[in-house]
Design a protein. Structure first.
Length: 166
């Protein structure tokens, strides 16, 4: 008996110019530097003899498969990516893709988020995907709007203080 699984939702091709450059730089680094290093290590490990019991050879082959998998993913993403320049946004009174949004939580703490593509999220610097709970809640809102966001610890209210398109 087979179970029906709906197809996985494709992620958005939208990306900022900086995010596109990071993806391209990662691709180039993997293709030009990392992959040749691993291939040389595989060649050296293979020269040591029996490959079936050679831990270094097995490890390096697995590493090469992971690199090749990431290269295929990046190549596909770079082919379909739609680069969006936030500075070209005409409506600057609302939150759209690429906006840098300053919000204040219900405790009075200011937080800065930048709405970016799914491939360039980095919570440590405040880059959140437009598909994340925070990103979805902020999209289309203007200054002084208050949104409620589901957090891991419950609901949280955020009030938009400023919107900037840098």
């Amino acid at each position: 008996m087979s179970r029906y699984r709906p197809p996985a939702e494709k992620s958005s091709p939208y990306v900022t110019a900086a995010g596109f450059e990071r993806l391209r730089a990662e691709y180039d680094q993997l293709w030009r530097v990392r992959r040749p290093e691993v291939v040389r290590a595989i060649t050296a490990a293979a020269a040591e003899g029996d490959r079936s019991e050679n831990a270094e050879y097995i490890y390096r082959k697995r590493q090469l498969r992971q690199i090749d998998s990431r290269l295929r993913f990046l190549a596909k993403r770079l082919d379909v990516a739609v680069v969006v320049d936030p500075r070209e946004q005409k409506r600057r009174d609302k939150v759209f893709f690429g906006a840098t949004v300053t919000v204040e939580d219900d405790g009075g703490t200011s937080i800065v988020y930048r709405i970016v593509g799914v491939d360039e999220t980095d919570g440590a610097v405040g880059d959140v995907s437009w598909r994340s709970p925070v990103g979805r809640a902020l999209l289309g809102r203007g200054p002084d709007d208050t949104v409620t966001v589901r957090w891991h610890a419950g609901l949280r209210e955020l009030t938009i203080v400023d919107i900037d398109y840098k």
